[in-house]
Design a binder for this molecule. Structure first.
Ligand code: HEC
Ligand code: HEC
Ligand code: HEC
Ligand code: HEC
Ligand code: HEC
Ligand code: HEC
Ligand code: HEC
Ligand code: HEC
Length: 459
């Protein structure tokens, strides 16, 4: 069905089974390290396409061999199919090999819209997911404090943008925005995101994307440790013990639990077509909760209760209904425990302090208690919820609810102090200011930084 679609889309290009034995070796017959000579094309491609490959194999043999070992090379999808640009494109330019052609321009940027020429369904699903919309969410909806000047460009470029994506919408590539394969990148053609976040160039492999390491590049750390949780779960342990023996190469919707793999990976639970479930590139499907947000609420993009049924179907490929339902009842109780016993009371303490003018709303992190409240939901509160969601007991308790309790006590103590003094304990935030500040510019404490009156009433 899918192969048929590609055959139609590719139209005139002959779908040769193999272009050259050397370029597209059968699985396992040759390893990358054996492919050391420049590639010579002898048939099947236009002259221009051959030029790209032959010349680039001299300059960047690693890249070209990756491509030669990909499903794309086997299907005659070449450099020009992805990098070709119209002269009028914002990001169009010449490389040393294209200068002699007037109508052939290239771009180093290859967007989801470029892939959609041949993969329209994956594009549409990805485009509606939070993955592709992350910029819109963090900049316009959440108005994240870090993006409003609590850190600077250097910190954002090496941190936030690497996971969330940068803004390259004007086609200008600078050290702040490029290289970047962040999941919600803003592209010159108006599309969002990057398929390369999971299918690295130039292999574009399904097998790689199915493995948890792919997702773990971004889903880890103190605030969203899904990677660590997975590797402490029984599923992750089975993957570590046996994953090297599983069949990672099956076509989507034909990857069989129990046959090809016996414990789920991130992709298996969140994306793969198992049983009656179809493969999806919208990772927001199958989720009941928004457990990343300060107060856990039902899935805002989908009907959370219907999506829960889909996730139950995933589990029931390998577990009984009772096992599955008890597991989810326990998770829902953990969500409620966090919301009712910790988040809502902590939020009330903060709201009261703001209402009484004891704390200032802006700047966001100018009082110690604001950092403590942030970590309560953003770090430990997320860890507790995510640990309970994905069967990681150490994260649910020791890094989770245990730490939430401790942070809560800290918050209460700081709130009492603030009430006594009539103001919060001020803190100075080095590196804030939004623009590129050098350490020398931010190091000296501004005069009166710890005078509470100077912190109040800022815009
Ligand atoms: C004669 C050799 C040669 C040929 C032919 C050639 N290239 Fe290049 N290309 C290069 C070199 C060298 C660079 C690196 C230039 C640099 O970074 O300054 C490059 C850079 C690129 C880049 C990255 C540009 C960037 O800004 O990072 C892309 C994409 C590219 N080429 C695609 C192509 C495509 C597609 C074709 C065929 C239409 C092609 N090249 C033909 C030599 C060649
Ligand atoms: C299936 C689409 C596809 C094909 C085919 C393809 N590329 Fe790319 N290439 C990409 C994507 C995606 C990126 C990452 C750029 C981005 O993030 O937008 C990339 C990046 C690049 C870059 C710049 C990044 C770097 O590491 O320097 C060069 C140069 C390049 N490709 C050359 C080639 C050449 C040469 C070929 C043919 C042998 C080729 N590409 C085939 C999709 C493709
Ligand atoms: C000109 C058409 C074309 C373009 C453009 C294209 N692809 Fe493909 N892609 C194909 C074909 C054909 C196959 C092989 C399908 C098959 O083997 O059934 C394929 C296969 C794949 C696979 C499966 C590989 C595997 O391991 O089985 C992935 C992943 C993929 N493409 C991602 C991308 C991404 C990401 C882009 C954009 C950067 C892209 N493709 C651009 C035509 C294209
Ligand atoms: C290591 C990769 C990484 C870095 C660095 C990173 N984030 Fe994130 N961010 C994520 C992931 C993954 C999530 C999803 C968390 C979840 O759903 O559990 C996320 C979630 C968020 C959310 C919540 C979105 C929502 O749907 O509610 C915001 C806001 C956010 N990040 C902003 C930022 C900002 C601003 C920075 C830099 C100061 C940053 N992030 C740095 C990976 C990262
Ligand atoms: C969050 C990670 C992720 C991102 C981002 C991603 N993919 Fe995938 N992709 C996967 C996984 C995982 C699979 C395998 C699903 C399975 O097990 O069936 C897959 C499978 C595929 C396949 C094979 C499906 C087929 O019918 O042969 C194609 C093609 C593909 N992706 C294209 C894309 C394109 C195009 C984009 C960008 C619009 C993209 N992917 C972005 C993770 C990702
Ligand atoms: C390049 C970084 C990156 C990679 C790789 C990545 N993600 Fe994400 N993911 C994010 C960010 C950032 C968010 C938060 C987006 C937002 O809410 O703004 C996110 C959100 C999510 C969500 C929550 C979606 C929702 O609607 O609430 C799920 C589930 C998820 N990712 C699963 C995966 C899986 C599974 C993989 C691997 C197949 C993966 N991610 C790979 C960065 C990444
Ligand atoms: C056994 C299946 C399973 C595996 C394996 C798994 N997850 Fe999950 N994941 C879930 C369930 C269930 C939830 C909670 C869904 C709900 O809210 O109902 C969840 C929640 C999430 C969320 C939170 C979404 C939000 O913002 O509320 C993210 C992000 C996520 N998973 C990413 C990952 C990543 C990355 C991996 C691999 C390192 C992974 N998951 C492995 C089942 C799984
Ligand atoms: C591909 C098969 C497969 C899928 C799908 C799957 N699991 Fe599992 N799971 C296993 C295997 C195998 C074990 C180990 C069983 C054992 O310990 O005997 C396991 C163990 C577990 C455990 C560990 C029990 C313990 O005390 O250590 C929990 C909890 C669990 N699964 C929950 C889930 C949930 C919830 C889902 C769906 C979101 C799910 N599983 C999906 C195969 C699967």
């Amino acid at each position: 069905m899918r192969a048929w679609r590609f055959a139609l889309i590719l139209g005139g290009i002959a779908l040769l089974p193999l272009m050259l034995p050397k370029m597209a070796p059968a699985q396992g017959s040759q390893t990358l390290s054996q492919l050391t000579q420049p590639i010579k094309i002898e048939r099947g491609l236009s002259n221009i396409e051959k030029e790209c490959i032959e010349c680039h194999s001299k300059y960047e043999p690693g890249k070209v061999h990756d491509w030669a070992n990909s499903a794309h090379a086997r299907a005659n999808v070449t450099c020009l199919d992805c990098h070709g640009a119209k002269p009028t494109d914002k990001d169009a330019r010449d490389c040393p090999g294209t200068k002699k052609y007037r109508n052939i321009k290239i771009s180093p940027i290859v967007t989801p819209l470029d892939c959609s020429k041949c993969h329209p369904q994956e594009y549409e699903e990805f485009a509606r997911s939070k993955h592709a919309r992350t910029w819109e969410i963090i900049r316009d909806k959440i108005k994240d404090p870090w993006l409003r000047g609590m850190n600077n460009d250097v910190e954002r470029a090496s941190g936030c943008y690497a996971c969330h994506g940068s803004d390259i919408s004007n086609g200008q590539l600078t050290s702040v925005n490029w290289p970047n394969e962040g999941i919600g990148r803003l592209n010159p053609d108006g599309s969002a995101g990057s398929c390369v976040a999971c299918h690295t160039t130039h292999r574009f492999s399904v097998a790689e994307a199915r493995k948890p390491e792919t997702c773990g590049q971004c889903h880890l750390g103190p605030d969203h440790p899904q990677d660590e949780i997975y590797f402490e779960s029984k599923h992750g342990k089975i993957y570590l013990a046996e994953g090297h023996e599983w069949n990672w190469h099956k076509a989507p919707d034909a990857w069989e639990p129990g046959v090809d793999f016996r414990a789920p990976t991130c992709a298996a639970c969140h994306m793969s077509g198992l049983g009656d479930l179809k493969t999806t590139h919208d990772v927001g499907e199958r989720l009941k909760w928004e457990a990343q947000s300060p107060l856990s609420v039902l899935n805002k993009d989908h009907d959370g209760n219907a999506e829960r049924k889909k996730m139950e179907q995933v589990c029931q490929q390998c577990h009984s209904p009772t096992w599955t339902q008890n597991f989810f009842a326990r998770y829902d109780q953990a969500i409620e425990n966090y919301n009712e016993n910790y988040f809502k009371p902590a939020k009330k303490i903060m709201d009261d302090l703001y209402a009484q003018g004891i704390l200032t709303k802006w700047p966001v992190f100018d009082e110690e208690i604001e950092w403590v409240f942030y970590e309560l939901w953003h770090h430990e509160g997320r860890r507790a919820r995510m640990g309970a969601a994905m069967a990681g007991p150490d994260y649910a308790w020791w890094h989770g609810f245990y730490d939430v309790k401790k942070t809560y006590q800290h918050l209460v103590r700081l709130a009492e102090e603030a009430k006594e003094k009539g103001h919060g304990t001020p803190v100075y935030v080095p590196g804030s200011g939004g623009r590129n500040l050098t350490p020398a510019q931010v190091a000296p404490l501004p005069e009166g930084w710890n005078q509470v009156k100077n912190l109040k009433g800022r815009p």
